[in-house]
Design a protein around this ligand. Structure first.
Ligand code: URA
Length: 240
């Protein structure tokens, strides 16, 4: 039975600062099991206590996992002095829970981005050792051909000598494809395409492991992932 102080639960869930939480409790705006909470010091079972603030439930979760349909024009950073960040697309509570993006998408890349505060999970998703496939839809300038796909499968060596792991290239039309990577080097798809003499015009991440971008999620919107979806994002598959 994991016991925790009410004020700590509320602070960890991003409800507000310690001072704000104290005021919320004092003003009777926090209920525990349908009764106004008497003090922030009360210890609660985080798995059972029903906590609400202004009548809205606050669910305690140590780790959070969010799927965002990233729009172009936002950088993957917690803060940036010049650019808009993906964090600005989340609500205040989530922002206060220390989420960070699992890997990065470029400012002009759209699509599936996972945000979490679980460092071990993020490491597993990103690490090439985990062999988790990330798929990207790309529209390019230049004509894609079979020999491009063969070169990708052999493992490209980029202009600066960087060696890429074997990757998949599924050609949809002469200038559209799906690229499958098991690693995430800086600007990797763009640099791979440049190596093949193409320029990426548009890039969107479609999936991570077995987790597909929920196309019902409008661009710029997010939702929390369920247990099964988290497991799917860690799924490895053979081949491309
Ligand atoms: N590869 C890129 O070039 N950019 C991204 O945002 C992701 C993969």
């Amino acid at each position: 039975m994991p016991l925790m102080r009410l004020d700590k639960i509320l602070a960890d869930m991003g409800v507000g600062s310690r001072r704000e939480i104290k005021a919320l409790i004092k003003n009777g705006r926090v209920t525990v099991n349908n009764e106004a909470a008497a003090s922030g010091e009360m210890k609660l079972d985080t798995e059972r206590a029903e906590i609400s603030v202004d009548g809205l439930p606050v669910e305690y979760k140590e780790f959070r996992y969010v799927m965002l349909n990233k729009p172009a024009g936002y950088v993957c950073a917690s803060e940036d002095r010049r650019e808009r960040t993906v964090m600005e697309l989340l609500d205040g509570r989530l922002r206060r829970q220390g989420l960070f993006s699992v890997g990065r998408l470029d400012k002009d890349t759209e699509g599936l981005l996972i945000l979490t505060n679980d460092g071990d999970y993020a490491h597993r998703v990103i690490s090439p050792k985990s062999d988790i496939c990330k798929r990207y839809y790309a529209k390019v300038e230049g004509v894609l051909n079979r020999s491009d796909a063969e070169k990708m499968l052999e493992g490209l060596v980029l202009g600066d000598g960087t060696r890429c792991l074997p990757a998949g290239l599924e050609i949809i039309s002469e200038n559209e494809c799906v690229v499958s990577l098991r690693e995430g080097k800086y600007h990797q798809v763009k640099r791979m395409m440049a190596c093949l003499g193409k320029r990426v015009q548009y890039l969107k991440r479609l999936s991570i492991g077995g987790l597909m971008l929920d196309e019902r999620l409008a661009i710029g919107r997010w939702r929390e992932l369920g247990e099964e979806e988290i497991a799917l994002s860690l799924r490895t598959e053979n081949g491309y």
